[in-house]
Each structure stands twice: as structure tokens, then as C-alpha cells.
Design a protein. Structure first.
Length: 118
């Protein structure tokens, strides 16, 4: 599975941004697509994930209410809508994929930079 993230950029505090991740290389049936982020000097952090077949969604507790993960089956693309952004959300956002019931994500995109200005 190849993953291409896009849509990052600079946004002001309180603003919104949607990042996208286009998947290619194989059908995503049986896969979980996830979003992670890594801020400077910090460990990578789980944000949200979606089971491609059926659309079950999970969120990190800290992100609930501010982010929405969704998918477009026809475009093989997963999105992360982020609202009420603050400078602490500044990070590189990565999409990743794994086979269902596997613990680790095996496939990673290159990341897209999101910068929130104060």
C-alpha cells in the first residue's frame, strides 16, 4: 500500500484544516487507515483511525470533538478534518495503514506539515 498525504499548511489559532491521504497499490478491504502526528521533540501520537470496510471509527480521547476522520471509497482517500486548532496541534501529520487485527501499522505516508500560528 502506498500512501500520499497532502493538505497541510499554516492556519491561525481557532481555524480549521483538512488533510487527505490517498492510498494506492491494492484494495483497502480488510485494512485500517489511521492518522498520527508528531510534534517537534515529541513522540508520535495516535489521532484517529477508520476500518475501511464498514467505516468503524476510533479517536484518541484527547482529540475527540475536534477532529473527524472520514473516507471516500471511490477515491481511496481518507481525510482528517481538524477544527479549533491551537499551536499545540502543530506537527507533521502522517497517515498509515495496517491489516485488521494486526497491532502495528505497516505502511506509512510521508507526512504533511500542519502549523498553527498564535
Amino acid at each position: 500500500v502506498q500512501l500520499q498525504a497532502s493538505g497541510g499548511g499554516l492556519v491561525q489559532t481557532g481555524g480549521s484544516l483538512r488533510v487527505s491521504c490517498a492510498a494506492s497499490g491494492r484494495t483497502l478491504s480488510g485494512y485500517v487507515l489511521g492518522w498520527f502526528r508528531q510534534a517537534p521533540g515529541k513522540d508520535r501520537e495516535y489521532v484517529a483511525s477508520i476500518i475501511w470496510s464498514g467505516g468503524t471509527i476510533y479517536y484518541a480521547e484527547s482529540m475527540k470533538g475536534r477532529v473527524t476522520i472520514s473516507r471516500d471509497n471511490a477515491k481511496n482517500t481518507v481525510y482528517l478534518q481538524m477544527n479549533s486548532l491551537n499551536p499545540e496541534d502543530t506537527a507533521v501529520y502522517y497517515c498509515a495503514a495496517k491489516v485488521m487485527n494486526k497491532r502495528q501499522y505497516d505502511y506509512w505516508g510521508q507526512g504533511t506539515q500542519v502549523t498553527v500560528s498564535s
